[in-house]
Design a protein around this ligand. Sequence first.
Ligand SMILES: Cc1ncc(COP(=O)(O)O)c(C=O)c1O
Length: 412
Amino acid sequence: MQLDLKFIREQFPIFQTELGQKIGFFDNAGGSYPAAATVNRLTDFYKNYKIQPYGPNALGQKAGDAMDLGRYTMAKLLNVSKDELTLGSSSTQNLNTLALACTSIVTKGTEVIISEQDHEANIGGWERLCQLQGAILKIWKVNPKNGELLLEDLEKLISSKTKIVCVTHSSNIIGSINPINQIADLLAPQNIRLVVDGVSFVPHELPNLDELKADAYVFSTYKTYGTHQGVMVVRQHFLEELHPQCHFFNQPFQYKWLDTSGPDHASIAALAGIGDYFEAVYDHHFENKTIPLHQKARKASHLMNAHEQNICTQFLEAINQLPIRIYGRSTMEGREANIAFRSETISSKSLMEGLVKYDIAAKQGHFYAYRLLKAMQVPDLDDGVIRFSFSHYNSMEEVERCIDGLRNLLIA
Ligand SMILES: Cc1ncc(COP(=O)(O)O)c(C=O)c1O
């Protein structure tokens, strides 16, 4: 079965606009388009009951109910308990808060391992925590040739002092998917907690967190067809070890322990829209309507992923012929749909600007994976790489236009 792209694009208000139809958008890893279902939930909240929620009046009740539904839907989508869910303003904020909450685990002389492949969001807070506590930050280095992380390198770094390992589920530059459950199996015998950054992964494949052995998992809903928020799941056993970061009087509520930002109420309500969207995609393509939401969403997500893999394969095959260095695998095996490269003769910035003529929107830079680009010896870190991050709503026509533009810019 194939994804019905016409149906998909009808679900996004941007494709009903002139610009949305004209521009081939390939900066989805920077933030995806929101689905109509999300926008509807958000505007419904703002229009009809945007007051302080949970008050003893009909409006306060409606606002509170809408927020509860948003939290409940996200928990259902991920197949976790809603008490394990922290909703913050971004993933960076959530990870920083998590690091600060780990002061009784990461103590003087203990070790935290971060990966060189990660976005700075899953590094900086851990580095500061180690400095604060007199702990040691160890770096799981990538292979400089291809940016990949090897399990045997992690094995060598682990010691009896290691308390936490932080790694990305997939790289926002090279797209490679890391084997989270194999990493977790390495760590479990020594009770080392695993913190996974799913920001780059989730827009391409919705994980079943009940099967993934991460102790904490974060992602950003503004890259997953939703509003600008960070979702963080901290499993119960890990949560219980943490030092709450909330107001003291909120401590009886475990789901508030890592909530430091007073998140936007309407955005929380709009999370239900992500559920609506996945359900609509499932219902449009599949017959059996009785399975739970997380199963529906994952089936829909597989279809969406298959479409991305298909158009990305054709993109990769075409750009393999161009005079560029691709950072990451040259096929789609074991990777998601972020493709980054650099030319030796044309700056990434000039390429990005040159593509505007073809109505192609891509981005250039280090994308906060500064350490990864440095390790792979990208010559100019500010110019960095040009990145094409695909979403399931991208069409083959957009991809072909992008390839044409790149050929003209790089070969002509
Ligand atoms: C892989 C990865 N991790 C973390 C982040 C940070 O997410 P947020 O903007 O929600 O803080 C990003 C943002 O681009 C990212 O790509």
